[in-house]
Design a protein around this ligand. Structure first.
Ligand code: HEC
Length: 210
């Protein structure tokens, strides 16, 4: 495997360019809604670095798995699905095992407490990861955003881009994810807008001026 190439590519994941590089500390002292017109939208936020040099778990020697590992590196999955990676401090023991840093999905200038989602555990742990997902179910998730329970995944999970993966590339990714060592790590449940998060959040997305 081209280890060096892979590491470089992960560092340059397209996602790094999308993240607004801001993080709200857990349950930041949010100004009240009445003063929102004059509030500094960056109040209580700290800039974050993009993660570099995330090394993916090995997986088996199988050619399909090796191709899957290459694609997972290229598509930046670990830059979201690894604890700490969203704020530039990836925990190497939890690579691909889910994030306890949330991603806000509603506009923080509208809701003092935005809704947040936590990138789930992609290792094949039965309770907290993809252990019970079949290869076909992972392929369907990647190409349509539909989970094995039929729920439409939010587009923060970039399935709208991954929908263009060929069936064989999606299957290679699924084979790789199923071949890595399982890591037990439950991520926090999704938070609905208006409820304070107990963890730091990063913000992605673009908000258009009127
Ligand atoms: C920008 C961050 C981001 C990137 C990059 C990303 N994901 Fe996700 N992913 C998420 C989030 C957030 C969710 C949960 C979305 C939801 O529940 O609506 C998710 C959900 C998933 C799920 C569903 C798991 C479950 O238990 O429901 C799978 C499988 C998955 N991602 C695989 C991948 C793979 C494979 C890649 C790379 C090809 C990838 N993701 C890249 C953020 C990301």
């Amino acid at each position: 495997m081209q280890q060096n190439t892979l590491k470089r590519v992960i560092g340059m994941s397209f996602f790094a360019g999308l993240i607004t590089a801001l993080v709200i500390p857990a349950v930041a002292a949010a100004p009240d809604a009445a003063s929102s017109k004059s509030k500094n939208p960056l109040q209580g936020m700290t800039p974050v670095e993009a993660s570099k040099g995330l090394e993916l778990p090995a997986g088996s020697d199988d050619a399909t798995v090796t191709q899957g590992r290459y694609l997972v590196g290229l598509l930046g999955c670990a830059s979201c699905h690894t604890d700490g990676a969203l704020i530039g401090k990836p925990d190497p023991a939890k690579t691909l095992a889910g994030s306890s840093i949330g991603i806000a999905y509603s506009n923080p200038m509208v809701n003092n407490y935005p809704g947040a989602v936590y990138p789930p555990n992609l290792t094949p742990d039965n309770e907290t990861g993809l252990g019970e997902w079949s290869l076909d179910e992972i392929v369907t998730l990647l190409r349509s955003g539909k989970t094995r329970h039929g729920r439409q995944t939010m587009a923060i999970m970039p399935w709208t881009s991954y929908a263009q993966l060929s069936e064989s590339d999606a299957r290679a990714i699924a084979s790789y994810l199923k071949s890595v060592d399982p890591v037990k790590n439950a991520v926090p449940k999704q938070i609905l807008p208006g409820n304070p998060a107990k963890t730091p959040l990063v913000h992605v997305g673009l908000y258009r001026s009127r």
